[in-house]
Design a protein around this ligand. Sequence first.
Ligand SMILES: *Cc1c(COP(=O)(O)O)cnc(C)c1O
Length: 223
Amino acid sequence: MENSGSSIKNKVLEVLSELPRNVEVVAAAKTRTPFEIMEAVNAGIRIIGENYVQEAEKAFQLIGEKARWHFIGHLQKNKVKKAVAIFDMIETVDSLDLAKVIDNAAGALGKKIDILIEINSGREEQKSGVLPENACALIEELTAFKNIKVRGLMTMGPLSTVPEDYRPYFRATRGVFDQIREKYIDGVEMRFLSMGMSDSYKVAIEEGANLVRLGTKIFGKRK
Ligand SMILES: *Cc1c(COP(=O)(O)O)cnc(C)c1O
């Protein structure tokens, strides 16, 4: 028996009560069942983050429009069509190529889709994301696509168990965010800064995040 203090519902209520008003939670749902995700939604979660299109499709069948859907994983081009059908926002766009495929797929569905640009803030070779200094040029190129709308930035930062380790990467990403926002690029709305996970969201919020992606904090440890 799980005690009520650690139920998904109670964890959601606890985290929602402690966050500043301007910060929204993306419930990072990888490996969770549709029923677990539904429990989080019933407790007040409004945005679900999914890393895998196939998992998202299953959860979407149960939850549908009761929540908003953000894609937070690495998006393969052959999954874009399905992704565009489900997701309200794709947080991990990092190339013109991928954006073009998303734009085409959205156009075919008569849909406009919000995107964030993923920043490789740790300059890690194996990681996705665009380098900080290349973000602005990419965003300017993306204004040519009519079915996608840039609404901000997302970053992961190099994995660590020490929350403070994330701070310089979050701060650098915030710097890029501000720089781009101050350019007032036509059709670009720099509104969302998605940074921070269960271990690091407090630091992320201090550094300006207004979307935090929480998995473990809401659902418990992944098996
Ligand atoms: C899994 C995941 C998270 C959440 O991680 P936790 O440490 O469980 O909170 C956040 N963002 C992305 C991109 C993820 O894949």
